[in-house]
Design a binder for this molecule. Sequence first.
Ligand code: SF4
Ligand code: SF4
Length: 499
Amino acid sequence: MTDAVVTLSTLHVGKGRNSLATTLEQRSGSGCTKSSCGAAAGPGDLPPEVWEKIKDHPCYSEEAHHYFARMHVAVAPACNIQCNYCNRKYDCANESRPGVVSERLAPEDAVRKVLAVAAEVPELSVLGIAGPGDACYDWRRTKATFQEVSARLPDLKLCISTNGLALPDHVEELAAMNVDHVTITINMIDPEIGTKIYPWIFFQGRRHTGIEASRILHERQMQSLEMLAERNILVKVNSVLIPGINDQHLVEVNRAVKARGAFLHNIMPLISAPEHGTVFGLSGQRGPTAAELEAVQEACAGGANLMRHCRQCRADAIGLLGEDRGQEFMLDKLPEEAAVDDAARRRYRAWVDAERSDRRAAAEAAEADMADSVAVGAPRLLVAVCTKSGGRINQHFGHAKEFQVFEVDAAGVRFVGHRRADNYCLGGYGDEDRMAGVLEALAGIDTVLCAKIGSRPRQTLADAGIEAIDDHAYEYAETAVAAVYAARFGTVAAPALRA
Ligand code: SF4
Ligand code: SF4
């Protein structure tokens, strides 16, 4: 770490912290407990005003991501820095990763698109501007979009992602526009490390390179965090994990952003391939393995709360996390003016409120039964769940493109992430090549819960040491995971499991 970083860290830790940051820290303690951590938290774990901000945001609340959708509009294509993992020219409808879009929009087109999506997708709760480009550098277009959308759809949450360089200049306006959620990508707090990630920045009318560029970027990012915390705007920090460059360093980043009041830290794996045309892609810089990512996340325990359900969406993604309906809403398919049914949106939210209460009550009852019947010290299981939405086991094994993974032991059930694979079933027939990919994605998993599974894939899973269970179809995931665990390791039959 350089002297400059030590000085900054020393100066800034403890400054700019607000009552919200302090309350969150007091509630979460020094470590990450089962249900009190950022994205995994529920209404009992957070101050009411914070819960109100996150409860419908699919990225800030793990629970909300089962029910609510986000959309990104790419209105701000200009950027004031260059990251070695980014190529803003890249554009592919089949490519799913941050920074990739099929359409760049003028603010008025973005508004037309948002209205059309809101008319069709009652789950829509968040509008984000997340590249390619920087939402704060291209501020005029970002502001024009947000102003018009908030006038037309006041129940939509507004959200930006930015590299932070221009952010201090716009914090006041963000607060005035009721933007409650800001994501800053922070990959380093040591400018020496920054020199391996950022070849240049453009700041105050000129281009800066080398250590000077990274130092300015770092200082502006830290300043941004503090300014946002002072105004009670929730901040998620994204960090791209780049093996050999910042993998060890991200633990320090995690501590530093927590000290400045960040609500969540989202550590994302670098996605890198030569065909992307990025500096890292062309130089052969690899991304981390799942195990490397997990190791860094584990090393961050006790620091800023981690987001574990990020899907690394495209910059024009539309829909629930894990799905992308962007191609349904291309500009040439949209009406000039869509009529949004506000009553339908309210009805959907009322249904979600009821469903969430029911789900929480069911999960608590199942965990209580489990605690009564399972001996302390029973082994940990990893359970993969096939779900389309709603947090229920409601998907056929062969249709799953993603498995939600839960860890369970005598202490309870915890969501730990998701794993992706191409769906095994194609047009009614299983594809053995795809099954190999599914098995790879399920490495280390003990049990799969799905709505239905054929005898052949069931046997293939069994041969790989994985039990497939479809007896809990349409139950809530946590409830079913607890029931399976109690059935396997319970010493007495729990009441709910006997019923
Ligand atoms: S800040 Fe975003 S748009 Fe700009 S170079 Fe980096 S990844 Fe690309
Ligand atoms: S990339 Fe991650 S944080 Fe951004 S919208 Fe997708 S899930 Fe949310």
